[in-house]
Write a protein that binds this ligand. Structure first.
Ligand code: CP
Length: 301
């Protein structure tokens, strides 16, 4: 595996994914053992120009668990970009202060642009309605812990805002590397998955039917991305399209996994959290070992 930047889920081969999953398992043991000094003297620059809890803090935790340090810019109003600095210059400067950069931007494609100007590896922590490739790896790690992905037939249903939900875009791409994974997309038409992420054989549904619920091995639910809608009337029409209640989750197999990248708003009721299918908090925790593995990999450690 020779990964310089992590920008899109397209870049991963099956052997890359196997190697990242194996390294993430090792990192999980390292976390349980109290951390390591692998990144002693290394610095992560965290540039987050959109709100984030999990991605930024798990990247920062990952670097600290590896013995490194973090510098961060987490509010664009305090960035010199508000004085007119272009992102290319910010990246050149922060790349001079740090050894690796994790970036989240409002603009699709901007992480790739950042990588072009950066003297150090860039990790895409979400670029607008584009992709969220590091999330797709922790999603894969979570699925692989509970299901024999690639070894047996598996049904994955994506539910919610599939147009703007970048985690869906990246995970759908990653899953194409595994035999036997059948994908369905469940969303109202106005927020259905863009054609770029569809493949022959995928199912597209506009309602969450009992058949989809009971047939799925993994349901990957997402928040309606209010901040990305141009038309608020459209948002209000779809915002309550799918609500996972205990009754709805009761229609899933008991062995199935209900995932969500979080944050959730109202689409999964808190009463669902105690059900065996609910694995979204575990999923969020997996962000630390997986991001440790990615930091180590791009630093060549
Ligand atoms: N899953 C995810 O990207 O969460 P944050 O927006 O909190 O980083």
């Amino acid at each position: 595996m020779d990964i310089k930047h992590v920008l899109t889920a397209d870049q991963f081969t099956r052997s890359d994914l196997d190697a990242i999953m194996a390294r993430s398992l090792e990192m999980e043991s390292i976390v349980a053992g109290g951390g390591s000094k692998l990144c002693d003297g290394k610095i992560l620059g965290a540039l987050f120009y959109e709100p984030s809890t999990r991605t930024r803090l798990s990247f920062e935790t990952a670097m600290m668990r590896l013995g490194g340090d973090v510098v961060s810019e987490t509010d664009v109003t305090f960035s010199s970009q508000t004085k007119g600095e272009v992102m290319e210059d910010t990246i050149r400067i922060v790349g001079g202060y740090s050894d690796v950069i994790a970036i989240r931007t409002k603009v699709k494609g901007e992480a790739k642009l950042a990588a072009h100007y950066s003297p150090v590896p860039v990790l895409n922590g979400g670029d607008g309605a584009g992709e969220h490739p590091t999330q797709s790896l922790l999603d894969l790690f979570t699925i692989a812990k509970h299901h024999r992905i690639g070894e047996e037939r598996m049904r994955v249903a994506f539910v919610g805002d599939l147009k703007y939900g970048r985690t869906v875009h990246s995970l759908a791409k990653v899953l194409r590397n595994y035999d036997g994974v059948e994908v369905s997309f469940v969303a109202p038409e106005v927020i259905q998955v863009p054609d770029d992420y569809l493949e022959e054989g995928d199912e597209v549904h506009y309602e969450l039917s009992d058949e989809v619920l009971s047939g799925a091995d993994v349901i990957y639910d997402t928040r309606m991305q209010k901040e990305r809608f141009d038309d608020m009337d459209e948002y209000h029409l779809v915002r309550n399209a799918f609500i996972f209640t205990p009754e709805v989750v009761g229609k899933m197999k008991s062995s199935a996994t209900l995932m969500h990248p979080l944050p959730r708003v109202n689409e999964i009721q808190q009463a669902v959290d105690k059900l065996p299918q609910a694995r979204y908090f575990e999923q969020a925790q997996n962000g630390v070992p997986v991001r440790m593995a990615l930091i180590a990999e791009v630093l060549g450690l």
